[in-house]
Ligand binder design. Structure first.
Ligand code: ADP
Ligand code: MG
Length: 243
């Protein structure tokens, strides 16, 4: 479904060049929950950005549904980022002055020039509310980010990610700033979304415990994938199931 072919990426800052991706190949299958692990600085975020067209490679290509997407014209790329892909990040990236409901509605506000916002506003609000209920925040609709806990903030970000019915969810260390219990709950929520909604998920993490909730794990070293295995069933998996 989503394929990285011989991806290369080098960052240049003044005279310093950092080669981060070194001809990396990866294939993500429809409906799977894939985790990407690797040491800090190994290029996991860079890879996720290239998969989601947030940045462009220096070499190689990214193919989605049989179509090359790493060199799309801005309009098509923006539509893909708004509708087809969704993103969640370690630090949530919510807008501090908006309440939870309006944060979740943001992707629809952004898309509003392409449909009649005023006619569909009530339906979007209902959908945003339903999603916040689904992630367990039905009682926090009007709360602003500073009034919410880390786990709650990530739940708002997940509801926002689901608003446009994306096909692929790209998650960069979504539990990286959470305690073990909230982190476990977030991964369990992602697993439910993957199973129930059929959303394909690619999750970067360096927490080896949470990969046991996913289907497959790949490891990055020196800018390539060095290991590709079914996710290990750690004892933590049992605890996770019980959360
Ligand atoms: P990871 O997510 O695995 O920790 P990253 O993809 O964020 O790794 O970064 C890989 C390497 O690229 C690091 O050495 C980092 O310092 C460097 N890097 C990342 N982004 C940039 C950038 N925008 N400019 C320059 N160097 C960068
Ligand atoms: Mg990173």
């Amino acid at each position: 479904m989503l394929i990285a072919e011989k991806l290369e990426k080098t960052y240049r800052r003044h005279a310093v060049q950092v080669r981060v991706l070194n001809g990396l190949d990866l294939e993500v299958k429809t409906g799977e929950f894939l985790s990407i692990v690797g040491a800090s600085g190994s290029g996991k975020s860079t890879l996720l950005h290239l998969l989601g067209t947030l940045d462009a490679p220096d070499g190689g290509r990214v193919v989605f549904d049989g179509k090359r997407i790493d060199n799309l014209p801005a309009r098509e790329r923006d539509a893909l980022r708004n509708r087809t892909f969704a993103y969640i990040f370690q630090f949530y990236h919510l807008l501090p002055e908006l309440n939870a409901l309006d944060n979740v509605l943001m992707p629809a506000y952004i898309a509003h020039s392409t449909f009649n916002w005023w006619q569909s506003r009530a339906q979007w609000r209902q959908r945003a509310e339903d999603l916040l209920k689904k992630v367990g925040l039905g009682h926090r609709l009007q709360h602003r980010p500073r009034e919410l806990s880390g786990g709650e903030l990530q739940r708002v970000a997940i509801a926002r990610a689901l608003l446009m019915n994306p096909r692929v969810l790209l998650a960069d260390e979504p539990t990286g700033n959470l305690d073990a219990e909230s982190g476990g709950e977030i991964v369990r929520l992602l697993r439910d979304i993957n199973r129930e909604e059929g959303v394909t998920i690619v999750m970067v993490t360096h927490n080896l415990e949470i990969v046991s909730a996913t289907d497959r794990v790949v490891r990055m070293v020196d800018g390539v994938i060095t290991e590709d295995t079914p996710a290990p069933r750690l004892p933590f998996h049992a605890r996770l199931a019980a959360v």
